[in-house]
Design a protein around this ligand. Structure first.
Ligand SMILES: [Zn+2]
Ligand SMILES: [Zn+2]
Length: 272
């Protein structure tokens, strides 16, 4: 998928993107419901929660998660069929690969351990595996949502799964900042002027790029670690926020930030 430097919300590239992602999001919702019907929360007692928040250890032990590989593989193959049009050479090879004994299970376990696939079609595989594994994390995260101890966390990675933030949100009367996890969608409070990449609170290093004509979105940039984070001001939005749609329809902000030399780690492209 090519996004050139002229992408804006009016650019036809968004129609293409939304046409591509809308069925993916619908499939993700149906899959999450299917997984949720058999999920039970991992038990974590309050003392352990408090200790982990203090020590900086995410709450979820991802290696201990039960996986229904039948449901997961079915979803993976449905996703593969959906993207077949975009990546025809990859599709058949990936299908042949995961039909080999225990390959799918091993890829899922590696993804849960934070080991991304490598080799041929690595980016496409990563996308498919994250779409397969993240809903599992999101279900557990739902059991832990709004844990009061999240306010002790004060880190730029997710307190539940350790993932990187997808976007930041400003909400409440005072415009408090929250980060939203790119993997499990946990939302946790974070310093208003603080970089999620390196943690600095140096006002000379962390600043906001304001987008002309758009009071809802901005880009937080850090000159210490050269990363950026897209921010949505929920007070200005005046509507219920769907973070996935916000992320998709603000790809022009990623292009602006990248054009200025800032990076983040979770915007990926499919293999050509
Ligand atoms: Zn997370
Ligand atoms: Zn930084």
């Amino acid at each position: 998928m090519n996004l050139n430097g002229t992408a804006t919300p009016d650019n036809p590239v968004y129609k293409e993107l939304l046409d591509f992602f809308t069925p993916i999001l619908a499939l993700r919702r149906a899959y999450t419901d299917a997984l949720r019907s058999t999920a039970s929360p991992l038990k974590i007692d309050a003392e352990v929660v408090a200790n982990r928040m203090r020590d900086g250890t995410p709450l979820l032990d991802k290696t201990a998660l039960g996986c229904d590989y039948t449901v997961m593989k079915h979803h993976f193959l449905e996703m593969l069929a959906l993207i077949a049009e975009k990546t025809p050479p990859a599709t058949e090879e990936i299908q042949a690969m995961i039909e080999k004994d225990a390959v799918f299970e091993s890829l899922v376990r590696n993804t849960l351990q934070g080991l991304p696939p490598d080799g041929k079609h690595a980016q496409t595989l990563r996308f498919l595996l994250e779409e397969t594994v993240n809903p599992l994390l999101a279900i557990q995260a739902g059991f832990l949502a709004d844990t009061p101890a999240f306010k002790e966390w004060n880190r730029g990675s997710c307190p539940v799964c350790g993932g990187k933030p997808l976007m930041g949100e400003l909400s409440g009367e005072e415009g408090k900042k929250f980060l939203v996890c790119s993997a499990c969608r946990t939302r946790w409070p974070f310093g208003r002027i603080q970089c999620a990449g390196c943690g600095t609170q140096d006002h000379a290093q962390v600043s906001l790029l304001v987008i002309e004509g758009d009071p809802v979105h901005s880009i937080e940039i850090c000159d210490t670690c050269k990363t950026y984070l897209k921010i949505i001001d929920c007070r200005q939005a005046g509507r219920k926020i769907d973070i996935d749609m916000e992320n998709l329809t603000t790809l022009h902000l990623d292009i602006i930030a990248r054009g200025k030399g800032y990076t983040n780690t979770h915007l990926y492209m499919m293999d050509a």
